[in-house]
Design a protein around this ligand. Structure first.
Ligand code: HMG
Ligand code: MG
Length: 300
């Protein structure tokens, strides 16, 4: 991996839309994804193969994945269980993400399974993906703090990372589900992770609840991490994790990366227009902290 390239994976079409009050059709979600790709975003989490009873906004995942299956971009889909995995595989998904959480209660609230069971299931899905020629990646959710059980130990995150990698996961996404981490904690955890695992298989997923998203991303950059989830306009939130506000906004991450001299391959103007489009489809004024400044720069 080029050390000067920051890979941005936009999770807006999944994390950003799963918790909205407005239903966005699969066709419109495809339009949003295409706009992100046209802006140069190299990775997008496009869909979630979850129960439509649990998360109605994510219905139509199969339509989205099959519509985009010939795209050369790194398009991923979230799968919670074997049923979701099979649906994703049949639709032509090339990258799937499992989502075990670090605590017992968060797993039960999110997937209706306990920690040991979801970890074993996630490992099974990683093995299947490898056999099926699909890239398997795994979130470690609530990697810093759980809304139900409080602080999460680094030992638990290390244990999950090791277990999932042994099962064949090709990437581990360390997720601050409720946006509770601070940069010192991020540095401490990633120092430990990168001492044991290849930094190129580690990614981050920061929520921005306490305005720490960018600072946390910077701390991870300093630890050598180059792959980041972010969400267009700062949309996001897990319906089963109280306090999970929006994700780190893609605009903010990209603007910081460019100002620091990193390359992302992303066109800021097109990204800003995509953020406006995302706001229009949910009927809200959205945008990261950089949106105003970026708009001003582009108007000059
Ligand atoms: P359950 O009720 O225990 O499952 O839910 P079940 O196996 O008893 O099935 C119940 C019904 O769901 C059945 O249908 C199944 O067929 C169906 P019925 O017979 O009642 O008509 N079903 C499915 N349908 C579609 N796709 C599937 C699927 N599986 C079963 N994959 C289940 C268990 C996992 C299904 C449910 O709890 C669920 O869907 N949870 C989804 C949770 C979710 O989407 N959370 C948000 C995403 S995670 C997140 O946001 C965090 C992240 O951003 C990282 C971070 O920030 O930390 C990734
Ligand atoms: Mg999330």
């Amino acid at each position: 991996m080029d050390d000067n390239f920051i890979f941005v994976n936009d999770v807006g079409p999944r994390d950003g839309l799963q918790n909205q009050t407005i239903d966005v059709s699969p066709e419109t979600r495809v339009k949003l994804i295409e706009k992100l790709l046209d802006a140069g975003v190299p990775g997008v989490e496009v869909a979630s193969f979850v129960s439509p009873k649990a998360v109605p906004r994510m219905a139509g995942a199969g339509d989205i994945v099959s519509e985009l299956k010939d795209s050369p971009a790194a398009l991923s889909a979230l799968v919670p269980n074997l049923k979701g995995y099979e649906m994703a595989r049949v639709s032509g998904a090339k990258i799937i993400s499992v989502v075990p959480s670090a605590t017992e209660t968060m797993n039960r609230k999110n997937i209706n399974m306990g920690y040991e069971d979801i970890l074993a299931l996630s490992c099974d899905l990683m093995r299947r993906a490898k056999d099926d020629g699909i890239k398997g990646q795994a979130y470690v959710s609530v990697a810093f703090e759980c809304p139900f059980e409080g602080q999460v130990s680094q030992d638990r995150v290390m244990e999950m990372t090791e277990t999932l990698l042994e099962a064949g996961a090709q990437e581990i996404i360390i997720a601050d589900t409720i946006g509770a981490a601070n940069p010192a904690q991020v540095k401490s955890l990633f120092d430990r992770l990168t001492a044991s695992f290849d930094k190129e298989i580690l990614a981050t997923h920061f929520h921005d609840t306490r305005a720490m998203g960018l600072a946390n991303a910077y701390a991870a950059i300093e630890c050598g991490i180059r792959k980041f989830d972010a969400s267009i306009g700062g949309l996001g939130g897990c319906p089963f994790a109280p306090g999970a506000a929006g994700n780190l906004a893609t605009e903010d991450l990209v603007s910081m990366a460019h100002q620091m001299g990193f390359e992302t391959g992303i066109d800021e103007k097109a990204l800003l227009e995509t953020s406006h489009f995302a706001g229009e489809i949910i009927g809200q004024q959205i945008g990261g902290r950089m949106a105003g400044w970026m708009t001003y720069q582009m108007s000059k």
